[in-house]
Design a protein around this ligand. Structure first.
Ligand code: BGC
Length: 368
């Protein structure tokens, strides 16, 4: 009874919050085949977020700084065509069908070996050559947000099974909720995340190295020279990977540490303390310059913290500034990279009749 009360109260407050969210949509651009790309604007008193059907991507994310001034903190482009020319950054996208890397693009399932298209050195990254980030999903308005749907056919990029995936973005006052679900008609693997690059000082405002990060993890998964986990769960204690208390992202990034050298900064997966399948803390970031605080919670067992090491000035922001190295960071909540090849990692297998569920929330507050 008590539990029912709590559930009802939660449902009522979520409904009330989303009632205060307005949703509008329009056409943002066109795919090369002429199909329209729709952009949805979700607005509350605290946050305005734009998401589009192409790659189910976050295009912009406006939040308040400590002086209540709204500003965009998500890297991205003002015009749709720029997204078509950038096949490198995955700005704001939902990578899939398998976010992050699969070693040599290869894995076995029920005794059969599958080969995924290779697009990152020897490995498959973010679902292979033409992943979910590059596809135009369909969009449908829902209360307080939007639901994107994509049907990935059997054999897409080498993955078995027709996968029907949904991503829902809803806005509840100062909280963005991202819910992922998927079903399949043959055993397959699935790992979905969101690849937004944040800069809490503002998109196009330069480095993220002064922003202070906490990650709720005592262990991480060290990688080999092609960024594939070795399989080890290594303690963070005594290393630059210890973010159990807040540290500026840049404070230790240039230390003489093999893992930092391999990735050119941070680009590893942390093993979260919380219980998989239930919402638990993943990471917090505080920006002393703007006062903004981002709090990330997830049902996933891991988070990839990527410090934007591969941004190299090729692409320019909507403010005109070039996106240089470490001008944005990602917190990609996920199952661990290359899980299909590591039986000691939580499984990413999905069978017919099962439904994949994953949820991540971003809450935006400020500190004086
Ligand atoms: C990976 C990086 C990669 C980036 C692509 C991240 O998820 O961890 O290694 O370069 O995506 O933009």
């Amino acid at each position: 009874m008590k539990l029912l009360g709590v559930i009802l109260l939660t449902m009522t407050s979520l409904a009330a919050a989303s009632a205060a969210t307005t949703v509008q949509h329009s056409t943002f651009g066109h795919m090369p085949d002429g199909k329209p790309v729709e952009i949805y604007t979700l607005k509350s008193a605290a946050v305005e977020i734009q998401v589009m059907t192409f790659g189910a991507r976050v295009v912009s994310l406006d939040t308040k700084d400590r002086n209540d001034k709204m500003g965009n903190i998500a890297l991205g482009y003002a015009s749709f065509d720029k997204y078509l020319t950038d096949n490198k950054t995955y700005f704001g996208s939902v990578p899939g069908r398998y976010a992050n890397r699969i070693a040599n693009g290869k894995f076995a399932l029920d005794g059969k070996t599958y080969q995924i298209t290779i697009n990152d050195g020897p490995n498959a990254l973010h679902g292979g050559k033409v992943g979910f980030a590059d596809l135009n999903w369909s969009g449908k308005e829902i209360p307080g947000g939007v639901e994107f749907t994509l049907v990935s056919p059997d054999g897409d990029q080498g993955f078995p099974g027709t996968l029907t995936a949904h991503v829902r973005y809803t806005l509840h006052d100062d909280k963005v909720v991202i819910q992922y679900s998927a079903t399949t008609d043959k055993p397959t693997v699935v790992n979905l995340t969101n690849h937004t690059y944040f800069n809490l000082s503002g998109d196009g405002s330069g480095t993220i190295l002064n922003e202070e990060l906490t990650i709720d993890a005592d262990k991480f998964t060290p990688v080999n020279s092609t960024l594939i986990p070795t399989g080890q769960l290594a303690p963070v204690a005594g290393t630059p990977f210890d973010f159990t208390s807040p540290h500026a992202i840049g404070a230790r990034i240039n230390e003489n540490n093999e893992q930092l050298k391999i990735a050119g900064g941070y680009d590893q997966n942390w093993v979260l303390r919380g219980k998989m399948g239930e919402l638990h803390p993943a990471a917090q970031v505080y920006d002393p310059a703007s006062g903004r605080v981002l709090n990330v919670e997830t049902t996933e067992p891991g988070v990839q913290f990527y410090s934007g090491n591969f941004l190299d000035g090729t692409f320019s922001s909507r403010t005109g500034a070039k996106y240089e190295r470490r001008n944005g960071f990602c917190l990609e909540t996920q199952h661990f990279p290359d899980s299909p090849n590591h039986s000691n990692f939580p499984s990413t297998e999905l069978k017919p009749g099962q439904t994949y569920h994953s949820e991540t929330t971003w809450t935006f507050t400020t500190r004086k």
